[in-house]
Design a protein around this ligand. Sequence first.
Ligand SMILES: C[S@@+](CC[C@H](N)C(=O)[O-])C[C@H]1O[C@@H](n2cnc3c(N)ncnc32)[C@H](O)[C@@H]1O
Length: 346
Amino acid sequence: MASAVSRMGYALGQGTRVAWYFSHYLLAARLAGRNTSPPKKERKTNRHTAGRDTVLQSLRELFERDLQNIEAGHYAMPHDLVPNPIALMRGSQRFFRDLPSVRKRRATRENDDVPAVDVSEFPRYYRQNFHYQSDGYLSDHSAKLYDFQVETLFSGAADAMRRQALVPIAEYLKNRDQRQLKLLDVACGTGRFLTFVKDNFPRLRAMGLDLSPHYLNQCKRNLKRWRDATTTQANAEEIPLADDSQDIVSCIYLFHELPPKVRTIVAQELARVLKPGGMLVFVDSLQYGDRDGFDGLLDLFPDEFHEPYYASYAEQDLAELFEDVGLHRKEETLAFLSKVMVFEKS
Ligand SMILES: C[S@@+](CC[C@H](N)C(=O)[O-])C[C@H]1O[C@@H](n2cnc3c(N)ncnc32)[C@H](O)[C@@H]1O
């Protein structure tokens, strides 16, 4: 009975999210005269592109797994699965007001339209309009829009993909005293993942690190229910924490936005701050060869949404990248358009 109620609650909450964000996705694409939905039929281009049914099946599998994880007790029903209608309306308004500028940048391929900042603090690769988003990561306006834009891009599945990283964390914490353990979320952005971490493991000492002061401000607002969570503004290339100081490091959707050389430096930093025996939970986009039929979709993404380092990310051997810095791959699972990898420091 309890399970039937939670299944219904989940279906209602997640169904509302998908309907809301997917309709925004379609409307935005239509207004832009863009066709970004997967082709109805499978087609062979340079790389095989899955049809709509295959993509939808993979989305359904993600939600089924999310629910199974909840039922298995790996994590709780998401704290805001049923979204606040006022927040949704505000988000929608902001999204549509901003859309013409995104469209203009996409049409002109303009990608360096960001506020002036101290160039010694923010590297060149960072000062860009990733996804053609207004101000890049460099304004409050962008930080307020980000979560809505990302959920729209993934048709309401972004949080469910992030939550898959909670499973290895729950495993790691079993029979351990959370109060003694530290988790660092590198490139935490607006803190969506940290809200799930704190909601499930309230005593864990969690910190979010990001280069954007604006995103960190939004992160603090998102985390206001969990006052002991902390944040720090820093470049992931130089994490201002001691060697061997963290039990768990998470890193979600950062690496596909880094140039190859910087990926190596950041991987070294993640390994450096982890304690021996500590765990890295890594979530990022699928790569070539990960999911049958999805390689063609990976080709479309960086073109429609400015992602200058995506192609090189999609073909990098991540197990080798992390192995070279002393992190050994323990697990790898796919979650719709993302993959979750778990590494251990020897
Ligand atoms: C695609 S967002 C992902 C944010 C978040 N992890 C999520 O799940 O939505 C990328 C984030 O990485 C941050 N970032 C990019 N380069 C960085 C760097 N070198 N150091 C620290 N943060 C960085 C950006 O400010 C942004 O918040």
